[in-house]
Design a protein around this ligand. Sequence first.
Ligand SMILES: Cc1cc2nc3c(=O)[nH]c(=O)nc-3n(C[C@H](O)[C@H](O)[C@H](O)COP(=O)(O)OP(=O)(O)OC[C@H]3O[C@@H](n4cnc5c(N)ncnc54)[C@H](O)[C@@H]3O)c2cc1C
Ligand code: SF4
Length: 338
Amino acid sequence: MINFHYARANDVADAVRQIAADPKAKFIAGGTNLVDLMKENVERSTRLIDITHLPLKSVEPTEDGGLRIGALVPNSDLAYHPLIAERYPLLGSALLAGASAQLRNMASTGGNLLQRTRCYYFYDTATPCNKREPGSGCSAINGVNRIHAILGASESCIAVHPSDMCVALAALDATVLVSGPAGARSIAMTDFHRLPGTTPQRDTNLQADEIVTAVELPAQGFAKNYTYLKVRDRLSYAFALVSVAAALDLDGGTIKEARLALGGVAHKPWRNTNAEAALRGKAAGRDAFAEAADIVLHDAKGHAHNAFKIDLARRVIVRALTQAANATPQSQSDKKIR
Ligand SMILES: Cc1cc2nc3c(=O)[nH]c(=O)nc-3n(C[C@H](O)[C@H](O)[C@H](O)COP(=O)(O)OP(=O)(O)OC[C@H]3O[C@@H](n4cnc5c(N)ncnc54)[C@H](O)[C@@H]3O)c2cc1C
Ligand code: SF4
């Protein structure tokens, strides 16, 4: 058993002061990931700073027509919030595809961003893992790697980021607001998570002494033509093998604007702006969707047990875009377009 101190933060400045004073401290929000990691001896924090009393629990419109989501808004409250349901249903769908109802009640927006990989070896302290113990090696590369990355991996780590919410946020062009000793700053969602490179121990570009205070969504929510399609081993309560957030702005049958982000395939939500650019101006149909899938998967690389994900991702991209174009967001892809 590892002893740790427990402290409560009174406000954001106090939280920043406390974390900056102790490099081994960790914030705790819902605790649904951190407590598991502590029980497994993967996280060995000596101080937990409870941030659940901070005033970061509201969802508010922004001046530029977007929405600001406090870092402590629970995943379930966010999924069912009337403004999300009306304007950003892609985000609501992604949230509801994650975990279970009980977990979503506890899980916070900030904690969801910072949740760690579900790579089996990361959780198994008897095996080498560069993410857990830098320099020890990667057990997954030549091990059981069925759930691992097909895009953006490195020789050091082939883990994937497990979040569903983050895939929708990447597609929606969200921004993460953070505060630290040097003040507040914002990070584009697509720059928030990192590729593993030679430093897989770092999941994100958040500094150790910073706190996530909110996530901001821009005005455009793609509420009409969207889909979050998640393929997993069980119908619920399982992480994505491949997931796709697809959003389209259509002018008749022509694509004016497209968004495409994947989950379960890389160390970060995998948004591909080249594929989005290729969709712009095209007729919304199988040819354009298949071309977009080819662009996304051009550099995909499988390992011994996960090569199936490449073809799976191709099919899920085409199906998600088809559902989005048909305005049939939930797995109703039977209706043919063109
Ligand atoms: C059985 C199970 C199944 C799951 N299935 C899914 C799934 O299918 N899809 C999915 O997306 N997720 C899934 N999850 C993960 C779940 O969504 C996350 O555990 C949850 O979102 C984490 O939020 P939390 O508030 O509990 O974070 P915590 O556990 O409290 O914290 C997680 C990390 O975030 C840090 N942190 C928390 N808040 C902040 C902040 N404001 N600023 C800076 N750092 C912060 C903590 O220090 C910690 O490192 C599952 C979890 C479990 C246990
Ligand atoms: S894939 Fe990453 S998290 Fe998994 S064992 Fe290798 S280094 Fe560790």
